[in-house]
Write a protein that binds this ligand. Structure first.
Ligand code: SF4
Length: 421
């Protein structure tokens, strides 16, 4: 492998038709993470249906998201739409006194009719702050992909965060609680306590930011959030993402080096979980060895996952497609991937399908819309969206992560065997 890996490999840039979910999808995991937040989508009935079907049963529980429906008549009267929004928010906040953060989430319809949600958030903040902070971001599917919803949400929170000069580690990116606890235990074992988290579980625990803040990204799709944090004086700590044993170790090692953790302490804290993760990956990844993988652009996790699958699981990447290639964020993972695969950014779906058909990869990682047609053509697929809804970060999940990719190949192998007997 060259020292640079794929870091300076040419990138095929495509700007054609795309097949991805919109940013509203991220509300499904963000509302679980921020316990005193409410997400009010300003959109159409289509947006409401998406949220209800994506979030499933949650809508019948005590929901923390809803939709202010834009009717056709709103297209003619924007002033009425703003009044209606004010009324809707007042009704909601009088009924739900537990809400401390209210996100006004823009959608395709609100963007098309140019409903100014920034102004609305300012106006509503004056009415309902400081008890409830009102923040706006866009989850629209126009020119975006579903993980950008989280990026837009977190980036919108940054300007309102308090200032601090304190030297501290900030981990950005929503993680499932159990996974976050594992991460905090590893950091605490290395003597790094008091870790700031974005997003925090409650508004009162929101981190303060300043020039002493060092940012480790837990999710690779947070380019705008990182830029917003840098504007507040924070500094990015480049590292591979914590997927698999090696990715997790490299991520922790970057933090350990930054905070002067002793080598012996690092070794003592990581040795046992590393060994467990290595064993788990070796076991789960057996069906992946020497198989080829093709990534369609979808979750923005593609580059770190390609590193995991090629370096730790023995797969060969044919094409690594990603919606956006952010070199500052992806650099360390790209450097670890051996040259060879096509790197592509954006999508022209028909051309990319032609490349996949020509390559006949053993596994195609793609969105739901492409999975069925590809399966019908005899190609084995993995839904990228599952990777965002399943705990996959850090040591204890490394085996499960390999298993997620191995399962469709196992199933395909079993079907072939059945067909042969
Ligand atoms: S935001 Fe756009 S893409 Fe998403 S559900 Fe609403 S209309 Fe559809």
């Amino acid at each position: 492998m060259s020292a640079q890996g794929c870091q300076s490999a040419p990138v095929l840039r495509e700007r054609g038709q795309r097949e991805v979910f919109c940013g509203l999808t991220s509300i499904v995991w963000l509302h679980r993470k921020m316990q005193d937040a409410f997400f009010l989508v300003v959109g159409s009935r289509t947006c409401a249906h998406l949220l209800q079907s994506a979030a499933g049963v949650m809508i019948f529980a005590e929901p923390r998201f809803g939709t202010a429906i834009l009717e056709e008549t709103d297209l003619a009267g924007l002033a009425d739409a703003q009044d209606e929004l004010d009324r809707e928010v007042a009704r909601l906040l009088s009924r739900r006194t537990d809400i401390r953060q209210l996100f006004l989430v823009g959608s395709c319809p609100s963007e098309v009719i140019k409903l100014d949600l920034e102004k609305a958030a300012e106006r509503l903040n004056a009415q309902h702050g400081p008890r409830t902070r009102v923040i706006n971001f866009s989850g629209s599917g126009i020119e975006t992909t579903f993980t950008q919803g989280e990026d837009a949400c977190l980036a919108a929170m940054v300007p309102a965060l308090a200032a601090t000069e304190k030297r501290q580690l900030l981990v950005a990116g929503a993680l499932p609680d159990a996974v976050q606890d594992q991460m905090l235990a590893l950091l605490s074992g290395m003597g790094i306590e008091d870790v700031a988290l974005l997003p925090a579980a409650r508004a009162e625990d929101a981190p303060a930011i300043g020039p002493g803040t060092v940012v480790a990204l837990a999710q690779p799709f947070l380019g705008d959030t990182l830029a917003a944090l840098e504007r507040r004086g924070a500094r990015h700590l480049p590292a591979p993402f914590p997927f698999g044993e090696q990715g997790t170790t490299a991520w922790l090692a970057a933090i350990a080096a930054e905070f002067g953790v002793d080598d012996a302490v690092f070794e003592r804290v990581t040795a046992a979980p590393r060994a467990r993760a290595r064993r788990a990956v070796a076991q789960a990844a057996a069906p992946l060895a020497d198989r080829s993988v093709f990534f369609f652009p979808d979750s923005q996790l593609e580059i770190p996952l390609a590193r995991f699958l090629t370096v730790e699981c023995g797969m060969q990447a044919v094409e690594i497609g990603t919606p956006f290639l952010h070199r500052q964020v992806m650099g360390p993972d790209l450097a670890a991937i051996a040259p060879g695969p096509t790197l592509s950014e954006g999508q022209d779906v028909d051309r990319q399908l032609d490349r996949a058909r020509a390559a006949r990869p053993d596994l195609s990682v793609c969105g739901l819309g492409l999975a069925n047609p590809l399966e019908a053509e005899g190609l084995t697929t993995k839904w990228a969206i599952e990777l965002v809804f399943t705990p996959v970060h850090f040591y204890e999940q490394a085996g499960d992560l390999a298993g997620l990719f191995a399962r469709p190949l196992r199933r395909r192998d079993a079907l072939r065997l059945e067909g042969a007997t």
